[in-house]
Design a protein around this ligand. Structure first.
Ligand code: SF4
Length: 254
C-alpha cells in the first residue's frame, strides 16, 4: 500500500472514530455531577482546562466540582473577591491535587480575573462570536497556559459546547500534543519520533483542512489501547493499518 493511501486510510479511520467518541468521554471524571458542572458552567470548563497540565484528566475535570462542594458555588464574580491566599486554601483542601500545586492557584486567579474584567463574568463570551485565533489568544494570556492547552480548549469548545469555528479557523487549529497523541501518531508511522512538534506536523499532514479534528480519536486510542508498555493492539481500531503493530507486539513477547 502506498504511503499516501495509508495516510488517507488513517485519516478517514480517525475521523470516523471521532464521531463515535461520546463528548462525555472528553471529560473523564468518576463523579457524574462533576461532568454535569463542566458542561453546564462555562467558567468551570475554563478553569479546568487551564489547569490541565501534567495531571490525570479525571482529577482535572473534577476540581471545579470539589471546589463547588466546598464553597457552595462556582461563580467567577465571587472567586474574584478572594485573595491569592484564600484561593490557595481552596486548592490545599482538594482531595486530589493538580501536579503544579503552587502554580495552580495563580492560574485559577488569572482566568477568574480575565473572565470578570474582560468578559463581565460571562465565560461563554470568551468564544461566543469570536474567531478561534482570538479565543486562543485569550487562553494563552492565562498564567501557565501554553499552546497545547490553548489548542485543547478550542477542540473541547467545539466538541462540548456546539460551537463551530469557520473553515479558515479550522486550518489553523492544531492538536494538543500530549503523551497519548504523540505516541499514537509515532506508532501509526505518521510522526518520525515521539515529539510534540512532530506530532503537530503529522496531524497537519493527515488532515490539513482541520488538523485538530483528529485529536479526539488519537487521544481515545492512546487512553484505551496504545499504552506505552502494553498496547492492546488486537482491540485497537487501527490494528489492520498500523505499521508498528507487529513491532510493538513482538517486543512484548521477546
Ligand atoms: S495497533 Fe497497537 S501500536 Fe498501533 S495504534 Fe493501535 S495500539 Fe498503538
Amino acid at each position: 500500500m502506498s504511503n499516501e493511501k495509508n495516510l488517507s486510510l488513517i485519516t478517514s479511520r480517525l475521523l470516523a472514530l471521532r464521531d463515535h467518541v461520546d463528548s462525555s468521554y472528553l471529560f473523564p471524571t468518576p463523579e457524574p455531577s462533576a461532568r454535569t458542572l463542566i458542561k453546564a458552567n462555562p467558567f468551570a470548563f475554563c478553569a479546568a482546562v487551564c489547569l490541565d497540565r501534567g495531571t490525570k484528566a479525571d482529577i482535572i475535570w473534577t476540581i471545579p466540582y470539589w471546589i463547588q462542594q466546598r464553597v457552595g458555588h462556582f461563580d467567577p464574580q465571587r472567586f474574584y473577591k478572594l485573595s491569592l491566599e484564600e484561593i490557595r486554601g481552596l486548592f490545599d483542601a482538594l482531595p486530589k491535587k493538580p501536579r503544579y500545586i503552587n502554580a495552580a492557584p495563580i492560574t485559577f486567579q488569572d482566568i477568574t480575573r480575565i473572565v470578570v474584567e474582560q468578559f463581565s463574568g460571562d465565560a461563554e463570551a470568551i468564544w461566543k462570536d469570536r474567531k478561534a485565533s482570538e479565543v486562543k489568544e485569550t487562553f494563552l494570556s492565562v498564567y501557565g497556559v501554553g499552546n497545547g492547552i490553548a489548542n485543547l480548549a478550542l477542540i473541547l469548545i467545539e466538541s462540548a459546547y456546539g460551537v463551530t469555528f469557520s473553515d479558515l479557523d479550522h486550518t489553523q487549529m492544531d492538536i494538543k500534543p500530549d503523551v497519548h497523541t504523540t505516541l499514537v501518531l509515532y506508532r501509526l508511522g505518521v510522526a518520525p519520533r515521539v515529539d510534540q512538534k512532530d506530532a503537530i506536523s503529522a496531524a497537519r499532514v493527515l488532515n490539513p483542512s482541520y488538523p485538530a479534528q483528529v485529536d479526539t480519536a488519537l487521544w481515545f486510542i492512546g487512553r484505551e489501547f496504545c499504552r506505552p508498555s502494553n498496547p492492546v493492539c488486537f482491540q485497537c481500531p487501527m490494528y489492520d493499518i498500523c505499521p508498528k503493530v507487529g513491532i510493538v507486539v513482538s517486543r512484548l513477547w521477546n
